[in-house]
Write a protein that binds this ligand. Structure first.
Ligand code: SF4
Ligand code: SF4
Length: 456
């Protein structure tokens, strides 16, 4: 496979300490199945899955326990065989209560054969492959959790010419994609070929940051046609975001409010490609993932394959526990992750990492007034105005923040990272988006009620 070095740099961004050496060396470890799994029915962006099993039901690994409930939704499957003990509302990594299906494992780990493997995928039609990805509940495993069957099926009129594989893994501390690129190169490559067929994409770029030379070498060895290559990106944050990825690779800008498909691209993450490969070739629903467990206080940081529904505590124990009492635990990386309340939170399809910080590394600052230094504005890769947006939100002027395009902010955290006043900028933007979402939901409900009134 050919390799090119991309010298294009997007505006803004930051280069925080990488801290990947903590966890990138040890080989992947597969965790045993816990006795009790609490499987969230929301592991994706969009409508929660609707429970389709009753309390007391016997399930096998791969049986559907939650059905996709809308166009933007994804199904959820039993991660092992056992008995459904009940449903509980429990805190999830996203910071709210979510319905969980509680499964008591029977220790057999028997697989359901409801979904048949398609090893002959090359001769199958595209619709069958997309349906398979939907049936298997595959979602974007880079963190966003967008249902993959929607993303890989762009609306008519939008032709995808380039598949961009996101192997940047630019978040500090996280190394799960790196390990998978090394240890599951063949599966990633088959996932790429399946997705290339689905999209009808002529070109494929596998984009990897230059701090992973072994992963670059692993893909460069693959024998393939000239339309596929490895693009070596500079190590810089947030190279892994879709818009920055497309710019660095092709020099093409996705318009504000637009999607990669608007410029003929689809960007897919490493874990998602493995999930696509498993769904199609093996007939396995997406029910597990690779999670980085790391932090200076973790005794043996590394990467672990865990079933969805496994508590974080099991992964931290598998990594040897911690030297110091944890002060803070983050689902994901330090830039885009969410602080979680306790270690009983369950692994989902989007848990890329568990970062455990002790007092020395979880420094808490008090937020101060904005000094109008402009650093946040310069750091924003989308050229938004974080200082103005945050001041407006603090003054409860959400409309001004909306006019300043707060909705485009993808919460990369660069602005918060550089702010000398330690202002909670991303939290402000999440609040504004929450207010906007609530307003939109209210408007939809009112419109539906009016339509109902007219009918009756
Ligand atoms: S969090 Fe939002 S506003 Fe801040 S730098 Fe990132 S995209 Fe820009
Ligand atoms: S970096 Fe912080 S202090 Fe400086 S302008 Fe932005 S919000 Fe204000």
């Amino acid at each position: 496979m050919k390799t090119i070095k991309s010298t294009r740099m997007f505006g803004g961004g930051v280069h925080p300490p990488e801290k990947k050496d903590l966890s990138c060396k040890p080989a992947l470890v597969t965790l045993p199945v816990p006795a009790i799994l609490k499987v969230p029915l929301v592991q994706h962006l969009g409508a929660p899955a609707k429970a389709v099993v009753e309390v007391g039901a016997q399930v096998k690994r791969g049986d559907m326990i939650g059905a996709a409930a809308g166009f933007i939704s994804a199904s959820v499957h039993a991660p092992t065989s056992g008995v459904v003990k009940g449903f509980e509302m429990l805190p999830a990594a996203v910071g709210r209560l979510v319905q969980h299906c509680v499964i008591e494992a029977d220790g057999l780990d028997a697989r359901s054969d409801l979904i048949q493997p398609l090893p002959d995928w090359e001769s199958r039609d595209v619709k069958e492959l997309i349906d398979r990805v939907a049936e298997a509940g595959v979602v974007g495993m880079g963190g966003a959790g967008f249902p993959t069957h929607v993303k890989i099926n762009p609306p008519p009129g939008k032709r995808v010419h380039t598949l961009i594989v996101n192997g940047a893994e630019c978040e500090p501390y996280l190394t799960s994609d790196h390990r998978m690129m090394l240890e599951r190169t063949a599966d990633v490559w088959e996932g790429i070929r399946i997705l290339r067929k689905i999209l009808g994409a002529q070109k494929v770029w596998i984009c990897i940051e230059e701090n992973k030379p072994d992963a670059i070498a692993a893909f460069a060895k693959i024998d393939c046609d000239d339309d596929v290559g490895v693009a070596i990106l500079k190590t810089f944050y947030p190279h892994g975001s879709e818009k920055q990825h497309i710019w660095a690779t092709l020099g093409v800008e996705v318009p504000a409010g637009g999607l990669p498909a608007d410029v003929g691209c689809v960007v897919e993450n490493i874990g998602t490609l493995i999930a696509i490969q498993e769904a199609v070739v093996k007939g396995w629903p997406s029910d597990s993932r690779c999670v980085t467990v790391t932090g200076e206080t973790v005794v043996n940081p590394g990467n672990f394959y865990a079933r969805c529904g496994t508590p974080y505590a099991d992964l931290i124990a598998a990594a040897g526990g911690t030297r110091e009492k944890p002060r803070k635990m983050i689902a994901g990386g330090p830039m885009m992750g969410f602080a979680v309340a306790n270690a009983q939170v369950a692994v989902t399809k989007t848990t890329s990492g568990i970062l455990v910080l002790d007092a020395a590394h979880a420094t808490e600052f008090s937020s101060m007034a904005c000094i109008s230094c402009g650093r946040c504005n310069r750091a924003c890769p989308l050229r938004l105005l974080p200082s103005e947006m945050s001041c407006a939100i603090e003054a409860d002027d959400i409309d001004t923040a909306i006019d300043l395009h707060v909705i485009d902010c993808y919460e990369c955290g660069c602005c918060s990272y550089v702010c000398p006043s330690h202002r909670p900028l991303v939290q402000h933007f999440r609040r504004a988006k929450g207010v906007l979402a609530a307003r939109n939901a209210k408007a939809r409900a009112e419109a539906q009620a009016k339509a109902q009134e007219k009918k009756s």
